[in-house]
Design a protein around this ligand. Structure first.
Ligand code: HEC
Ligand code: HEC
Ligand code: HEC
Ligand code: HEC
Ligand code: HEC
Length: 190
């Protein structure tokens, strides 16, 4: 499993600004969507690699409806969507300590990561071989910012992210055929 080297901060005083900009619902922990993420007691049965902090997309992106681009902010402009710095997390978790003991225990890890300037080493879920090129921004431009679900499945309902598509060459080429995109070998291979 490959690890990422994460970041602590983005270098600016954005944390406070984000907190103000964000819907009150996300700050109070009340559901903005009406969807209530389930209580999970047995994390060992979840699909996907176990992460250093039990960060739940079903709570953040599902229940609290934080937009994908709030955290993966470079997906429309870069080949890499970006994994948020701890500063982005701390912008909310300076105030939000968690409503249950298990949430509190995991959020404590976020606060410690911030205090110790030691970002979590998230385990990568999706990884293409090095000889394949995949520019996110080109796809989002044509397929739209709501298209994540097409390739990643319904991440908003995932307590732990897992891979849904095969990411095999045939999968890529099928969609390129449907959209009349070039299938020259050099489009995807260096
Ligand atoms: C509050 C911040 C936040 C929001 C909002 C968010 N994510 Fe994430 N996302 C993360 C973090 C942190 C990780 C790395 C840890 C993990 O895999 O759970 C991640 C990982 C992922 C991964 C796996 C990356 C890999 O390693 O291959 C995918 C796919 C993903 N997010 C898609 C989405 C989609 C789609 C949405 C919107 C429906 C979304 N995320 C909303 C923070 C966020
Ligand atoms: C926009 C505000 C916001 C941001 C940004 C945010 N969170 Fe949260 N987070 C929440 C809310 C609201 C809850 C629910 C608190 C509760 O009811 O216990 C929560 C819950 C959690 C929990 C406990 C539930 C769970 O997911 O297991 C963890 C751990 C957590 N957040 C980690 C993170 C990490 C890591 C980041 C950055 C990648 C992050 N959060 C970014 C608002 C935010
Ligand atoms: C056309 C398919 C497709 C779409 C649409 C798509 N992705 Fe991806 N995503 C991928 C593939 C393929 C990878 C693996 C890329 C690699 O390993 O280089 C990936 C990787 C990721 C990663 C991990 C990247 C990293 O650096 O660790 C995140 C996060 C992610 N996608 C988020 C998103 C979000 C958010 C959206 C929607 C705004 C989205 N993706 C839309 C196919 C897609
Ligand atoms: C859901 C459909 C879909 C899937 C799946 C998909 N693509 Fe694409 N891809 C597109 C579309 C649509 C475009 C056209 C973007 C444009 O016209 O600029 C594109 C464009 C590209 C480009 C840029 C082409 C150029 O002319 O420079 C590359 C590179 C690429 N895709 C690689 C991949 C790889 C590698 C995979 C599999 C890991 C993949 N794509 C999977 C729909 C898809
Ligand atoms: C739309 C993107 C795309 C195009 C076009 C494409 N490939 Fe691939 N190719 C991939 C991806 C993704 C992988 C890695 C996943 C896999 O092995 O299926 C791959 C893997 C490969 C491999 C390694 C297979 C293995 O088993 O290790 C070879 C060889 C290859 N491609 C040759 C080609 C040739 C030759 C062409 C032109 C006729 C081509 N590819 C066109 C996306 C593409």
């Amino acid at each position: 499993m490959t690890k990422r080297s994460g970041r602590v901060g983005t270098g600016g005083g954005v944390a406070i600004a984000l907190l103000i900009a964000f819907p009150a619902a996300a700050q109070t922990g009340q559901s903005a969507s009406g969807y209530k993420a389930p209580v999970i007691s047995d994390t060992g049965r979840l699909k996907g690699p176990r992460q250093p902090i039990f960060f739940r997309h079903d709570i953040h992106a599902g229940q609290d409806q934080i937009p994908c681009l709030y955290c993966h902010s470079t997906v429309t402009i870069s080949s890499e969507p970006g994994i948020p710095a701890v500063q982005t997390c701390f912008g909310c978790h300076q105030m939000i300590g968690g409503s249950t003991p298990s949430h509190q225990a995991e959020i404590k890890k976020v606060r410690e990561a911030w205090a110790d300037k030691r970002p979590p080493e998230w385990t990568r879920v999706h990884a293409l071989p090095g000889f394949v090129r995949f520019p996110h921004q080109r796809h989002i431009k044509i397929l739209g910012t709501e298209s994540c679900i097409t390739c990643h499945g319904d991440v908003r309902s995932m307590p732990q992210v897992y891979q849904v598509a095969t990411l095999k060459m045939g999968w890529c080429v099928n969609c390129h055929v449907q959209h009349s995109v070039s299938r020259d070998c050099t489009v995807c291979h260096y």
